[in-house]
Design a binder for this molecule. Sequence first.
Ligand code: NDP
Ligand code: 8X3
Length: 250
Amino acid sequence: MIALITGASSGFGRAIALKFAEHGWDVIITGRRKEKLEELEHIILDTYETKVYSLCFDVRDRKQVKIELDALPHFWKEIDVLVNNAGLASGMSAIYDGDIDDWEKMIDTNVKGLLYVSRTILPWMIERKRGHVINIGSTAGKDAYAYGNVYCGSKFAVDAITKSMRIDLLPHGIKVTAVNPGAAETEFSLVRFKGDAEKAKSIYKGFDPLQANDIADVVWFAASRPPHVNLNDIVMTPLAQANSVYINKK
Ligand code: NDP
Ligand code: 8X3
């Protein structure tokens, strides 16, 4: 069995790749940071009896996505599970103060990147009449929060695209799942706050956030159901979080 995980160089994607490898799956790991992918590749090869293939590309680059994925050797094109995970938040400000470059980065990565990767891989799944797409959404795609505007919008788009994908793929026997996590401590906030480690850390103060492995457990659970079972939409939060607005901080 083969899983392709986008954004495997850190956070959820890295943990998901390790989880699938632990269960004996071969994994294709993608991201922009080559050294992080190489490091993960070595860990997987040293720890598990599985194959790994790394692809270094920016999901925003439509041509590059197609070239890199089309160049996969035949064996690796038989992808059973695609995890569309690569994504980010960039900045956090009122809509009238927002940095338009940040907006483009989020929309291009979280929405268009997911579409480019899916558009390339789905026809291969359709041809084999099997496959499973797992899109990583967010609680931010279920309820909007202050200063979340464009990030929330990009994740609402992931929610809508996932629902529509499921309908389009119904006749082809391809499963589609959305996993929507709440606050999880990864590089997410460091990226959002552009390297401000103190600000990033403060987001998770006063409660016990999700960890990347919690999300990997749920993604694996969704991927390992029997053929007749599909999990459509999963929302998961830390115990202290009710939704994207309410977090009970001590
Ligand atoms: P991380 O920052 O730890 O990981 C993000 C991953 O996405 C990295 O591997 C990064 O790789 C990759 N990525 C980002 N931009 C691009 C790009 N343009 N092209 C290719 N890869 C890219 O964050 P998380 O693990 O937390 O985030 C993973 C997903 O989960 C995202 O979609 C995020 O929106 C979502 N999410 C996160 C939550 C959280 O609280 N942490 C909660 C809910 C959802 P590289 O930099 O090497 O390209
Ligand atoms: C990430 C969770 O609440 O920071 O999608 O937007 S949140």
